[in-house]
Write a protein of this length. Structure first.
Length: 332
Protein backbone atom coordinates (compact mmCIF):
# COMPACT_ATOMS: atom_id res chain seq x y z
CA UNK A 1 0.00 0.00 0.00
CA UNK A 2 1.32 3.42 -0.91
CA UNK A 3 1.30 6.39 1.46
CA UNK A 4 1.06 9.85 -0.10
CA UNK A 5 2.52 13.07 1.24
CA UNK A 6 2.48 16.51 -0.35
CA UNK A 7 5.45 18.84 -0.28
CA UNK A 8 4.50 22.40 -1.26
CA UNK A 9 7.00 24.65 -2.94
CA UNK A 10 8.45 27.37 -0.70
CA UNK A 11 10.06 29.53 -3.39
CA UNK A 12 8.83 30.59 -6.79
CA UNK A 13 10.67 29.18 -9.76
CA UNK A 14 11.62 30.84 -13.00
CA UNK A 15 9.94 29.84 -16.20
CA UNK A 16 11.75 27.42 -18.54
CA UNK A 17 12.98 28.11 -22.03
CA UNK A 18 10.39 29.36 -24.45
CA UNK A 19 7.68 29.86 -21.83
CA UNK A 20 5.45 32.89 -21.97
CA UNK A 21 6.04 35.09 -18.93
CA UNK A 22 8.91 35.02 -16.44
CA UNK A 23 8.36 34.95 -12.69
CA UNK A 24 8.43 38.43 -11.21
CA UNK A 25 11.94 39.59 -10.39
CA UNK A 26 13.59 36.66 -12.16
CA UNK A 27 15.83 37.08 -15.21
CA UNK A 28 14.75 35.44 -18.43
CA UNK A 29 16.83 32.30 -19.09
CA UNK A 30 19.42 32.78 -21.80
CA UNK A 31 18.02 31.78 -25.14
CA UNK A 32 14.35 31.90 -24.10
CA UNK A 33 12.92 33.51 -27.22
CA UNK A 34 9.29 32.94 -26.31
CA UNK A 35 6.77 30.88 -28.27
CA UNK A 36 7.57 30.69 -31.97
CA UNK A 37 4.68 31.44 -34.33
CA UNK A 38 4.26 29.54 -37.56
CA UNK A 39 2.41 26.76 -39.35
CA UNK A 40 2.33 23.14 -38.16
CA UNK A 41 2.05 20.46 -40.84
CA UNK A 42 1.13 16.80 -40.39
CA UNK A 43 1.69 14.65 -43.47
CA UNK A 44 0.22 11.14 -43.69
CA UNK A 45 0.81 8.46 -46.30
CA UNK A 46 -0.35 4.85 -46.29
CA UNK A 47 2.60 2.60 -45.56
CA UNK A 48 2.03 -1.10 -45.01
CA UNK A 49 -0.07 -3.07 -42.55
CA UNK A 50 -0.25 -3.59 -38.81
CA UNK A 51 1.37 -7.02 -39.15
CA UNK A 52 4.33 -5.59 -41.08
CA UNK A 53 4.97 -2.77 -38.63
CA UNK A 54 4.62 -4.96 -35.55
CA UNK A 55 7.02 -7.47 -37.09
CA UNK A 56 9.56 -4.64 -37.38
CA UNK A 57 9.04 -4.05 -33.63
CA UNK A 58 9.51 -7.80 -32.90
CA UNK A 59 5.89 -8.13 -31.79
CA UNK A 60 3.73 -11.03 -32.94
CA UNK A 61 0.34 -9.71 -33.99
CA UNK A 62 -1.23 -13.08 -33.12
CA UNK A 63 -0.41 -12.39 -29.46
CA UNK A 64 -2.63 -9.29 -29.42
CA UNK A 65 -6.39 -9.50 -28.95
CA UNK A 66 -8.75 -7.79 -31.37
CA UNK A 67 -6.08 -6.53 -33.77
CA UNK A 68 -6.64 -6.78 -37.51
CA UNK A 69 -3.23 -7.70 -38.96
CA UNK A 70 -4.19 -6.35 -42.39
CA UNK A 71 -5.37 -2.95 -41.15
CA UNK A 72 -3.51 -0.03 -42.68
CA UNK A 73 -0.72 1.92 -41.01
CA UNK A 74 0.23 5.43 -42.10
CA UNK A 75 3.59 7.13 -42.06
CA UNK A 76 3.45 10.43 -40.21
CA UNK A 77 5.82 13.36 -40.59
CA UNK A 78 5.37 16.47 -38.46
CA UNK A 79 6.97 19.75 -39.47
CA UNK A 80 6.86 23.28 -38.15
CA UNK A 81 7.37 26.24 -40.49
CA UNK A 82 8.29 29.33 -38.42
CA UNK A 83 7.30 32.78 -39.53
CA UNK A 84 10.17 34.90 -40.82
CA UNK A 85 12.19 36.33 -37.96
CA UNK A 86 10.59 34.12 -35.29
CA UNK A 87 13.74 32.08 -34.72
CA UNK A 88 17.17 33.54 -34.16
CA UNK A 89 19.08 34.20 -37.35
CA UNK A 90 21.66 31.49 -36.75
CA UNK A 91 18.89 28.94 -36.33
CA UNK A 92 16.62 30.19 -39.09
CA UNK A 93 15.44 27.66 -41.63
CA UNK A 94 12.39 27.21 -43.83
CA UNK A 95 11.01 24.26 -41.84
CA UNK A 96 11.84 22.07 -38.86
CA UNK A 97 11.10 18.34 -38.91
CA UNK A 98 9.93 17.35 -35.43
CA UNK A 99 9.16 13.67 -35.84
CA UNK A 100 8.84 10.88 -38.37
CA UNK A 101 6.85 7.90 -37.17
CA UNK A 102 3.89 5.66 -37.99
CA UNK A 103 0.29 5.75 -36.75
CA UNK A 104 -2.70 3.42 -36.93
CA UNK A 105 -5.37 4.07 -39.54
CA UNK A 106 -7.77 5.09 -36.75
CA UNK A 107 -5.45 7.93 -35.67
CA UNK A 108 -5.14 9.15 -39.26
CA UNK A 109 -8.90 9.02 -39.81
CA UNK A 110 -9.66 10.75 -36.51
CA UNK A 111 -7.19 13.53 -37.27
CA UNK A 112 -8.66 14.18 -40.73
CA UNK A 113 -12.26 13.96 -39.50
CA UNK A 114 -11.69 16.42 -36.64
CA UNK A 115 -9.77 18.73 -38.97
CA UNK A 116 -12.74 18.84 -41.34
CA UNK A 117 -15.12 19.51 -38.46
CA UNK A 118 -12.99 22.42 -37.27
CA UNK A 119 -12.04 23.62 -40.76
CA UNK A 120 -11.12 27.28 -41.09
CA UNK A 121 -10.22 27.86 -37.44
CA UNK A 122 -6.62 29.07 -37.18
CA UNK A 123 -6.23 28.45 -40.89
CA UNK A 124 -6.89 24.73 -40.46
CA UNK A 125 -6.95 22.97 -43.81
CA UNK A 126 -6.86 19.42 -45.16
CA UNK A 127 -5.01 18.94 -48.45
CA UNK A 128 -5.83 15.68 -50.23
CA UNK A 129 -4.51 16.77 -53.62
CA UNK A 130 -1.07 15.36 -52.97
CA UNK A 131 -0.10 12.16 -54.74
CA UNK A 132 -0.75 9.37 -52.25
CA UNK A 133 -0.55 11.65 -49.20
CA UNK A 134 -2.77 13.86 -47.05
CA UNK A 135 -1.60 16.98 -45.23
CA UNK A 136 -3.25 18.72 -42.30
CA UNK A 137 -1.91 22.20 -41.53
CA UNK A 138 -2.82 25.05 -39.21
CA UNK A 139 -1.37 28.11 -37.52
CA UNK A 140 0.25 27.30 -34.20
CA UNK A 141 2.93 28.26 -31.70
CA UNK A 142 5.83 26.08 -30.57
CA UNK A 143 8.38 26.21 -27.75
CA UNK A 144 11.43 25.72 -29.99
CA UNK A 145 15.11 26.18 -29.15
CA UNK A 146 18.39 24.28 -29.27
CA UNK A 147 18.99 21.54 -26.74
CA UNK A 148 21.93 23.55 -25.44
CA UNK A 149 19.67 26.48 -24.60
CA UNK A 150 17.03 24.20 -23.13
CA UNK A 151 19.72 22.67 -20.89
CA UNK A 152 20.73 26.13 -19.62
CA UNK A 153 17.11 27.01 -18.92
CA UNK A 154 16.51 23.78 -16.98
CA UNK A 155 19.65 24.40 -14.94
CA UNK A 156 18.50 27.92 -14.07
CA UNK A 157 15.06 26.64 -13.14
CA UNK A 158 16.59 24.10 -10.73
CA UNK A 159 18.84 26.72 -9.14
CA UNK A 160 15.94 29.08 -8.48
CA UNK A 161 13.39 26.50 -7.34
CA UNK A 162 12.93 24.93 -3.93
CA UNK A 163 10.44 22.12 -3.46
CA UNK A 164 10.24 21.92 0.31
CA UNK A 165 12.05 22.22 3.65
CA UNK A 166 13.77 18.85 3.25
CA UNK A 167 14.46 19.08 -0.49
CA UNK A 168 16.41 22.13 -1.61
CA UNK A 169 16.56 21.26 -5.30
CA UNK A 170 15.96 18.49 -7.83
CA UNK A 171 18.57 16.77 -9.93
CA UNK A 172 16.52 15.15 -12.69
CA UNK A 173 15.26 16.40 -16.08
CA UNK A 174 12.25 18.72 -15.99
CA UNK A 175 10.78 18.44 -19.49
CA UNK A 176 10.60 16.20 -22.54
CA UNK A 177 11.28 17.39 -26.08
CA UNK A 178 10.18 16.43 -29.56
CA UNK A 179 12.93 16.29 -32.19
CA UNK A 180 14.11 14.38 -35.24
CA UNK A 181 16.88 12.13 -33.88
CA UNK A 182 18.97 14.82 -32.13
CA UNK A 183 22.62 14.06 -31.32
CA UNK A 184 23.98 17.31 -29.91
CA UNK A 185 23.31 20.58 -28.13
CA UNK A 186 23.01 22.53 -31.40
CA UNK A 187 20.04 20.48 -32.63
CA UNK A 188 16.59 22.04 -32.48
CA UNK A 189 13.74 20.59 -30.46
CA UNK A 190 10.28 21.46 -29.22
CA UNK A 191 9.41 21.29 -25.53
CA UNK A 192 6.24 19.20 -25.27
CA UNK A 193 5.59 17.95 -21.74
CA UNK A 194 6.57 18.11 -18.05
CA UNK A 195 8.36 15.32 -16.25
CA UNK A 196 5.75 14.41 -13.65
CA UNK A 197 6.45 10.94 -12.19
CA UNK A 198 9.58 9.37 -10.70
CA UNK A 199 10.71 6.21 -8.91
CA UNK A 200 13.43 5.63 -6.34
CA UNK A 201 12.70 1.97 -5.64
CA UNK A 202 15.95 0.21 -6.49
CA UNK A 203 14.80 -0.54 -10.06
CA UNK A 204 15.72 0.72 -13.49
CA UNK A 205 13.10 1.71 -16.07
CA UNK A 206 12.87 -1.81 -17.50
CA UNK A 207 12.24 -3.28 -14.05
CA UNK A 208 9.59 -0.67 -13.24
CA UNK A 209 7.91 -1.52 -16.55
CA UNK A 210 8.14 -5.26 -15.94
CA UNK A 211 6.80 -4.86 -12.39
CA UNK A 212 3.76 -2.88 -13.46
CA UNK A 213 0.46 -4.29 -14.67
CA UNK A 214 -0.36 -2.54 -17.95
CA UNK A 215 -2.85 -3.02 -20.79
CA UNK A 216 -1.66 -0.74 -23.56
CA UNK A 217 -3.30 -0.28 -26.94
CA UNK A 218 -1.18 -2.01 -29.59
CA UNK A 219 -0.27 1.39 -31.10
CA UNK A 220 2.19 1.89 -28.27
CA UNK A 221 4.60 -0.25 -30.32
CA UNK A 222 4.57 2.56 -32.91
CA UNK A 223 4.98 5.35 -30.36
CA UNK A 224 7.36 8.13 -31.32
CA UNK A 225 10.38 9.19 -29.30
CA UNK A 226 10.66 12.03 -26.81
CA UNK A 227 13.95 13.23 -25.41
CA UNK A 228 15.23 14.46 -22.04
CA UNK A 229 18.37 16.37 -21.16
CA UNK A 230 20.30 14.30 -18.62
CA UNK A 231 23.39 16.32 -17.76
CA UNK A 232 25.06 16.94 -21.10
CA UNK A 233 23.36 13.94 -22.71
CA UNK A 234 20.24 14.11 -24.89
CA UNK A 235 18.54 10.72 -24.70
CA UNK A 236 15.25 9.12 -25.71
CA UNK A 237 12.97 7.07 -23.49
CA UNK A 238 14.04 3.64 -22.27
CA UNK A 239 10.53 2.20 -21.92
CA UNK A 240 6.89 2.87 -22.75
CA UNK A 241 3.97 1.96 -20.48
CA UNK A 242 0.30 2.27 -21.42
CA UNK A 243 -3.23 1.67 -20.13
CA UNK A 244 -5.91 1.50 -22.83
CA UNK A 245 -9.12 3.42 -22.12
CA UNK A 246 -12.60 3.27 -23.64
CA UNK A 247 -13.19 3.04 -26.57
CA UNK A 248 -10.70 0.20 -26.41
CA UNK A 249 -10.32 -0.24 -30.15
CA UNK A 250 -8.88 3.29 -30.40
CA UNK A 251 -5.40 4.60 -29.54
CA UNK A 252 -6.82 6.23 -26.42
CA UNK A 253 -4.74 5.55 -23.32
CA UNK A 254 -2.69 6.76 -20.40
CA UNK A 255 0.87 6.73 -21.73
CA UNK A 256 4.14 7.11 -19.86
CA UNK A 257 7.62 7.32 -21.34
CA UNK A 258 10.24 6.15 -18.80
CA UNK A 259 13.85 7.33 -18.63
CA UNK A 260 16.87 6.06 -16.68
CA UNK A 261 18.64 9.23 -15.51
CA UNK A 262 21.57 10.24 -13.31
CA UNK A 263 19.61 11.34 -10.24
CA UNK A 264 19.83 10.69 -6.52
CA UNK A 265 16.19 11.78 -6.11
CA UNK A 266 14.56 9.63 -8.80
CA UNK A 267 16.82 7.40 -10.92
CA UNK A 268 13.78 6.70 -13.12
CA UNK A 269 11.51 9.51 -14.28
CA UNK A 270 8.56 9.64 -16.65
CA UNK A 271 6.36 11.95 -18.63
CA UNK A 272 2.77 10.76 -18.18
CA UNK A 273 -0.16 11.97 -20.26
CA UNK A 274 -3.33 10.74 -21.92
CA UNK A 275 -3.28 10.12 -25.67
CA UNK A 276 -6.54 11.33 -27.30
CA UNK A 277 -7.92 9.33 -30.22
CA UNK A 278 -6.36 11.73 -32.75
CA UNK A 279 -3.09 11.62 -30.77
CA UNK A 280 -3.13 15.37 -30.26
CA UNK A 281 -2.30 16.15 -33.87
CA UNK A 282 -4.61 19.17 -33.87
CA UNK A 283 -4.31 22.28 -31.76
CA UNK A 284 -5.42 22.65 -28.14
CA UNK A 285 -5.15 18.97 -27.13
CA UNK A 286 -5.90 18.17 -23.50
CA UNK A 287 -3.17 15.76 -22.42
CA UNK A 288 -4.63 15.39 -18.90
CA UNK A 289 -1.18 15.56 -17.32
CA UNK A 290 -2.53 15.59 -13.75
CA UNK A 291 -4.88 12.61 -14.08
CA UNK A 292 -2.23 10.57 -15.87
CA UNK A 293 0.38 11.51 -13.28
CA UNK A 294 -1.81 10.15 -10.49
CA UNK A 295 -2.76 7.07 -12.50
CA UNK A 296 0.79 6.09 -13.37
CA UNK A 297 2.19 6.74 -9.90
CA UNK A 298 -0.61 4.74 -8.25
CA UNK A 299 -0.23 1.84 -10.71
CA UNK A 300 3.44 1.05 -10.38
CA UNK A 301 5.19 -0.92 -9.26
CA UNK A 302 2.54 -3.15 -7.77
CA UNK A 303 4.70 -5.70 -5.94
CA UNK A 304 6.05 -3.57 -3.08
CA UNK A 305 5.09 -1.38 -0.11
CA UNK A 306 6.00 2.04 -1.43
CA UNK A 307 5.20 5.57 -0.39
CA UNK A 308 4.48 8.56 -2.61
CA UNK A 309 5.40 12.20 -2.18
CA UNK A 310 4.05 14.96 -4.40
CA UNK A 311 6.53 17.72 -5.10
CA UNK A 312 5.73 21.08 -6.64
CA UNK A 313 8.63 21.56 -9.07
CA UNK A 314 7.08 24.42 -11.07
CA UNK A 315 7.59 22.96 -14.54
CA UNK A 316 4.05 23.71 -15.75
CA UNK A 317 4.72 26.95 -17.64
CA UNK A 318 4.18 27.15 -21.38
CA UNK A 319 1.76 24.22 -21.76
CA UNK A 320 -1.80 24.58 -23.06
CA UNK A 321 -3.08 21.75 -20.90
CA UNK A 322 -5.24 23.15 -18.10
CA UNK A 323 -4.27 20.36 -15.71
CA UNK A 324 -0.51 20.88 -15.84
CA UNK A 325 0.15 22.03 -12.29
CA UNK A 326 3.92 21.57 -12.15
CA UNK A 327 3.55 18.62 -9.78
CA UNK A 328 5.76 15.55 -9.60
CA UNK A 329 4.78 12.27 -7.90
CA UNK A 330 7.83 10.48 -6.48
CA UNK A 331 7.41 6.79 -5.62
CA UNK A 332 9.95 5.57 -3.06
Amino acid sequence: MKRRTFVKTVAAAAVGAGASGIAAGQPEPEGADGPVEGVRIHRFEREGTVAEHLADADVAVDDLDGVDPEAAVYSHTEQFVPRRGQLRTERGRSSITLQETAVPESVFESTVQRARERGGKRGLAVDERLSGAVEVRYEDTAEIDTFGQFRLAERELREQASVGPDVTDVDFPLHVYKADDPDGSSDLGERTGPINVGWDVGMDAAAVDNGTETWAHWSIYLASDRYVIDGFQVKKQDEHMGWNLFPYDQANQHHARLYDVNSSDSPVVAQAHRDPVDHGHLFDPDWEFADSRDYVADSSPWDGDYAEATWDINNEHGYDDSTCYGLFDRVY
